[in-house]
Design a protein around this ligand. Structure first.
Ligand SMILES: N[C@@H](CCC(=O)N[C@@H](CS)C(=O)NCC(=O)O)C(=O)O
Length: 225
């Protein structure tokens, strides 16, 4: 009798941008998963057992069969490679030309978009929840940095529907978590850049992402800012 594959395990809360990046990828790929709670307020991500699977003491951590992987983007690449023939098959191509374009925009997210946007997510949304005062200078500097990145995106998205070309890929998916928190906060994602706005409307209305947002809201209702 054939045995069903065990669900993969994702450790961490869906509200964490890095955890939500992995969840949306698993949903796109139709991979069954089990979400393992990690109580960060109690420091469970710093315990010796947890550090065995995420040595930097961060979420997410990920386990599939006998392998543990950390770093959300590396986990997503692994999921796309291992489950290449199920779910959305265009997210991470094997064709070198297509893959070069995907990788280029993946790097752009990690090197250009993520640094200012993750600082803004922390400053604008998480700082007050943690009782930390917002720093207006940090907000201003990082809005300026992000604005310059989005100018490049606006031009790119006037030439092609998605960042890497004609298909939704990991390059677009990696932008979902931070943009979800920031799009409602600042007009730089919509009114001032119509192609970025069109792209954001499309990628954020995917069923996979709507499910993740639902999980986030159940876990921690969105604050009124
Ligand atoms: N580059 C890592 C970043 C992970 C990360 O920053 N996780 C945050 C939550 S979104 C965390 O665990 N913070 C707690 C800490 O650093 O102690 C990834 O993409 O997996």
């Amino acid at each position: 009798m054939a045995t069903l594959p065990l669900p993969v395990k994702v450790y961490g809360p869906p509200l964490s941008p890095a955890v939500s990046r992995v969840l949306v990828c698993l949903l796109e790929k139709n991979v069954q998963f089990q979400l393992v709670p990690v109580n960060m307020a109690k420091g469970e991500h710093k315990t010796p057992d947890y550090l065995k699977i995420q040595p930097f003491g961060q979420v997410p951590a990920f386990q599939d069969d006998s392998i543990s992987v950390f770093e959300s983007r590396a986990i997503c690449r692994y999921v796309c490679d291992k489950y290449a023939n199920q779910g959305n098959e265009s997210m991470y191509s094997n064709n070198p030309l297509v893959k070069a374009s995907i990788e280029q925009w993946i790097e752009s997210e990690a090197q250009n978009f993520n640094p200012p946007s993750s600082i803004l997510v922390f400053q604008l949304l998480f700082a007050s929840r943690m009782g930390i005062k917002q720093d207006e200078n940090v907000i201003k500097t990082n809005k300026e940095k992000l604005s310059k990145v989005l100018d490049v995106y606006e031009k790119r998205l006037s030439e092609s529907p998605y960042l890497a070309g004609d298909e939704f890929t990991l390059a677009d998916l990696f932008h979902l978590p931070n943009t979800q928190f920031l799009a409602g906060e600042d007009e730089m994602f919509s009114t001032t850049r119509k192609n970025v706005g069109r792209w954001w409307d499309e990628i954020s209305s995917r069923e996979s992402w709507k499910k993740v947002v639902e999980m986030q809201n159940q876990n921690f209702p969105a604050p009124k800012v």
